[in-house]
Design a protein around this ligand. Structure first.
Ligand code: ADP
Length: 463
């Protein structure tokens, strides 16, 4: 990255410098020309005063000494193309061809004329009326000095440019290295991170610059990973603990049964106890599988489902359980409320909620499952007359393996996974679960789902 940055920097800088040098040379050339042209104009004014007409029609330079000197590079032509005067400093054709006969009207122009190997000359041509006739006066001046100045600058730039670029490359490289050093340090620090030291954080040198921002974002991700790791560890520990309890029970029952010769009924009883523990074990493993599969591939087989039908189905599956406890389950609500859901997964969530309502409500209690639609989506309430959930536990009951009263729920066979599965199911459908509970008066678990439509009339049914 350092090298790439430096190369880019040098490439862009050389482009800019070449452009800059080219325009500097261009403007210098213009300025030098303009200066020479101005000098020629001034010289013409002097020459014009000194020109004297001879009787034969030719022209000579009047004046003497220095004044005469100014006529050395002057030519005067008649409008017919006859040479009237040529200064002694000039050779034929040096300031240009003889003008064609019939000069157009008065005009001043400047031009560069190159003849053979001589350095080019700057020539001022001026047409004007002299003693009643049109003549062309040319004054030449060598461009040698201007060319020399131009070439000196060109050479200076030609050798100076690579030097400037080399210095820029060194500077650029140093700057890139300096700016990227914190990134280097971060990378080295990140290399040392493993599952064991996830608590460490990257140094944030300046939180306001881009690298500081990167480090802060990285640290936030680290914090999330650390939290997930901790959760995973706790989950594994809890799961092992939960699995060990029925396993120990099976082992103990088996060992006791085998200690001495027993009557067949005793063996039967032992096998029965083992089956109860096994049943608990397989339910636990089933829940764990549901959760881990759900997390690994949350792909849902969505279909438009009438939620009231789904609620009835879930309730009827648990009907016998409720009957055993003398409880009633009433399913009621709007039969037209539908949602695009995976019926199996949502049914599991409802079963878990109704199962809890049965487990935790006293015998003879009434349980209500109510389906309705509102502006935000579909709502399914599972209302019971159980003991309610104390305020301090409400936020945590959805955590895996969390139980309000561990001893009581374990007796009921719950591992504390039912609500986590229900919550996961709701969230996988883009919904959520709310808990309204009054201690001593019962709880309402409310599943809120995004719906696809609400049609039909309210129905009510009792089981
Ligand atoms: P469990 O398998 O123990 O029922 P859940 O995840 O379903 O696990 O529930 C977590 C805890 O929340 C339960 O142990 C119980 O203490 C409490 N709980 C759940 N549902 C109810 C309810 N309807 N009434 C009272 N307490 C409940």
């Amino acid at each position: 990255m350092r090298t790439r940055l430096t190369l880019w920097y040098v490439a862009v800088l050389s482009g800019v410098l070449v452009l800059y040098a080219a325009s500097a040379l261009f403007f210098l050339r213009l300025a030098l020309r303009r200066e020479l042209d101005r000098a020629l104009d001034a010289q013409f004014e002097g020459v014009e005063d000194l020109l004297v007409q001879e009787p034969d029609g030719t022209v000579r330079m009047g004046g003497h000494g220095d004044e005469n000197e100014s006529g050395r590079f002057v030519e005067v032509w008649s409008s017919e193309g006859r040479l009237l005067y040529r200064g002694e400093g000039l050779r034929e054709g040096e300031l240009g061809e003889a003008p064609r006969p019939g000069l157009p009207g008065a005009r001043t122009s400047h031009a560069s004329v190159k003849l053979g190997d001589d350095p080019p000359r700057r020539v001022l041509s001026h047409r004007y009326h002299f003693h009643g006739r049109l003549v062309l006066v040319r004054i030449g001046a060598s461009e040698r000095w201007q060319r020399h100045a131009f070439r000196e600058l060109l050479v200076g730039l030609f050798f100076g440019l690579p030097v400037a670029l080399a210095i820029a490359a060194f500077g650029g490289h140093w700057l890139a290295r300096r700016s990227l050093r914190p990134l280097d340090r971060m990378a080295r620090h990140a290399e040392r991170l493993t599952a064991e030291n996830l608590g460490e954080r990257l140094p944030v040198e300046n939180p306001d610059d881009e690298l500081g921002h990167l480090a802060s974002v990285f640290n936030l991700s680290l914090a999330r990973i650390e939290r997930s790791f901790a959760e995973l560890r706790r989950f594994t520990a809890d799961a092992s603990h939960e699995l060990r309890t029925p396993l120990t029970a099976i082992r103990t029952v088996g060992e006791v049964a085998l200690q001495e010769e027993q009557k067949p009924e005793r063996y039967r009883e032992a096998i029965g106890n083992m089956l109860v523990a096994l049943d608990r074990l397989s339910r636990l493993v089933g829940s764990l599988l549901t959760l881990s599969r759900g997390e690994a591939s949350p792909s849902l087989r969505r279909q438009e489902v009438r939620l009231l039908d789904l609620a009835r189905e879930s309730a009827s599956l648990l009907g016998i359980l409720a009957e055993e406890r003398g409880q009633t389950i009433e399913v009621r609500g709007d039969g037209g409320v539908t949602a695009e859901v995976d019926g199996l997964i949502l049914r599991q969530a409802l079963i878990n909620l109704v199962d809890n309502a049965i487990k935790y409500s006293p015998p003879g209690a009434a349980i209500v499952v109510e389906v309705r639609g509102d502006a935000g989506g579909a709502v399914v309430d599972v209302v019971d007359q159980g003991p309610g959930i104390p305020e301090e536990h409400r936020a945590r009951v959805f955590e895996r393996f969390y139980r309000v009263d561990a001893a009581r729920s374990r007796e009921e066979g719950g591992a504390g996974l039912g609500l986590s599965i229900a919550l996961w199911a709701a969230q996988a459908h883009g919904g959520r679960i709310e808990l309204v509970s009054q201690e001593g008066k019962g709880s309402t678990f409310r599943i809120l789902l995004p719906t696809t439509g609400q049609k039909g009339a309210a129905e009510s049914e009792e089981r």
